[in-house]
Design a protein around this ligand. Structure first.
Ligand code: NAD
Length: 473
């Protein structure tokens, strides 16, 4: 049993002002795996005051000092990487290969990228008589979700540290362990007192207190659209900057000249990865109507090939994060059936032989873009295949969404893929795959307004100051 009942405030492990604990459930077993403390606004006040005090010096620290700090964190992160992977497996059910692979690698990647960017970043530049300075925005509230815990926390903490900001992290209540270990890593690496603080607890208490706080300069939030809307309202009275990274319903367009078998198999397996709990997952697979029969066969075969089971074993997919998430996904599958979508793989209930744990069947529907299962973010292993008539129709369907986070285009002819990618109203598009830690990531429309990753992630945490007359004779 894990027991993490202290918060990290002002460089010390600190008991909550008002003691209150909550159990953490392992989604693979439905058993209690440990406990955390739930904080209150009084804890937030202490952490914000510490971050404000620390900003007076850390905000003026040199790039060299910040690089040394990030490199010390890097060494400590690498030393504890396996523990982070184990924690992620227990808290949100990622299979061990994924938890100890891509999950922890993403965190390390954002750290290494922040170091690379900081070495080259221009905080000052003269244009004519004016000096343009990029200065740290100040005290930041970082609010993160459970689905890729190290990705979401590291993509915020390291650019914020590199920029010279101080911060309070509010990790997800469902997946709190890896953040606790990350706080230990930062402590061990020698982050100055008050620069990084962490309080566990409920979003509606800790997240809301940070969003409303008079002395917090900026909120960076990753999570669902309704919570993002609430945070903007809570932050409005203090006119703080709010960076939002929200949900998605991303389209994967398979062009007519693409290798159908490989792409449909890849898109289907990709949708099931991390149990479908990826904001940028290609959850709408757009395929040529003339080849729908072949697509159905390929998708059904790929879905049935996805192994589901105990995250400690060598499976492709573990459970979803919680009972409530399981129930929501079941309701969407039921809705798809009611709406008349054609079920070609998976469906309601748990996979055979898995009676305990929040396991969902890898599910594939063929449907239309007006169905609820094609419009709302399900956040589970449910793929909707949608046939299109021609390229214009494919682009129209892709863009007919409230969201605009990810997008995928597969095809042999690169010029056609590029032309389609230009027409898609979405923040990140993968043309025939690829991966880049320096590519900005964020959403159009209701997928948010921020841009994280690489150099663009730094700008979230910087103010721009003009000193006019700097260059005057
Ligand atoms: P969520 O919105 O329920 O919770 C996210 C965080 O916000 C948690 O820490 C939660 O405790 C906190 N929170 C809840 N209520 C709050 C409030 N009133 N004020 C302040 N904070 C509050 O989301 P989730 O279920 O943890 O994560 C899944 C969602 O995150 C999906 O919609 C997914 O698409 C999205 N997501 C987006 C990205 C991206 O980069 N765009 C990445 C990952 C996940």
């Amino acid at each position: 049993m894990r027991s993490y009942t202290q918060f990290y405030i002002d460089g010390r492990w600190t008991s909550p002002v008002t003691p209150k604990t909550a159990e953490v459930i392992n989604p693979a077993t439905e058993e209690v795996s440990g406990e955390i403390s739930l904080g209150s606004p009084a804890d937030v006040d202490l952490a914000v005051a510490a971050a404000r005090r620390a900003f007076a010096t850390y905000g003026e620290s040199s790039v060299k000092d910040r690089l040394d700090l990030l490199e010390a964190i890097q060494a400590e992160y690498e030393r504890r990487e396996a523990e982070l992977g184990e924690a992620i497996m227990v808290e949100m059910g990622a299979p061990k290969g994924l938890a100890n692979g891509f999950h922890t690698l993403l965190g390390k990647g954002h750290l290494g990228t922040a170091i690379e960017v900081l070495k080259e970043f221009k905080f000052e530049e003269q244009r004519g008589v004016t000096l343009i300075r990029k200065e740290p925005i100040g005290v930041c509230g970082l609010i993160t979700p459970w689905n890729w815990p190290m990705n979401q926390t590291c993509v915020k903490i390291f650019p914020a540290l590199a920029a010279g900001c101080t911060m309070i992290l509010k990790p997800p209540q469902l997946a709190p362990y890896s953040a606790q270990i990350l706080a230990e890593i930062l402590d061990k690496a020698g982050v100055p007192a008050g620069v990084f603080n962490m309080i566990q607890g409920q979003g509606s208490v800790i997240g809301a207190a940070l969003s409303r706080h008079e002395d917090v300069d900026m909120i960076s939030f990753t999570g669902s659209e309704p919570v993002g809307v609430q945070i903007q309202k809570d932050a409005a009275d203090t006119v703080k900057r709010v960076g939002l990274e929200l949900g998605g319903k991303s389209a994967w367009i398979v062009l007519d000249d693409a290798s159908l078998a490989a792409n449909v198999a890849g898109a289907t397996a990709g949708m099931m990865g991390n149990s479908g709990q990826t904001c940028s997952a290609g959850s709408r697979l757009l395929v040529p109507a003339s080849r729908l029969d072949d697509v159905k066969r390929a998708a059904a075969e790929a879905a049935s090939g996805v192994t589901v089971g105990d995250p400690q074993s060598d499976v492709a997919m573990g459970p979803v994060v919680s009972k409530s998430q399981y129930n929501i996904i079941q309701q969407y599958i039921e809705k798809g059936l009611e709406e008349g979508a054609e079920l070609i793989a998976g469906g309601l209930g748990r996979p055979e032989g898995l009676d305990k744990g929040w396991y969902v069947k890898p599910t594939v529907f063929v449907g239309t873009n007006d169905m609820v299962i094609a419009r709302e973010e399900i956040f589970g292993p449910v793929l909707v295949v949608i046939p299109y008539d021609d390229i214009d129709d494919a682009v129209r369907i892709a863009n007919d969404s409230n969201f605009g986070l990810g997008g995928y285009v597969s095809g042999e002819d690169l010029d056609t893929c590029r032309a389609v990618s230009r027409r898609m109203r979405t923040g990140a598009i993968w043309v025939n795959g690829g991966f880049d830690f320096h590519a900005p990531f964020g959403g159009y429309k209701r997928s948010g307004n921020g841009r994280e990753w690489g150099e663009f992630g730094f700008h979230e945490y910087l103010e721009v100051k003009s000193v006019i007359g700097w260059g005057a004779a």
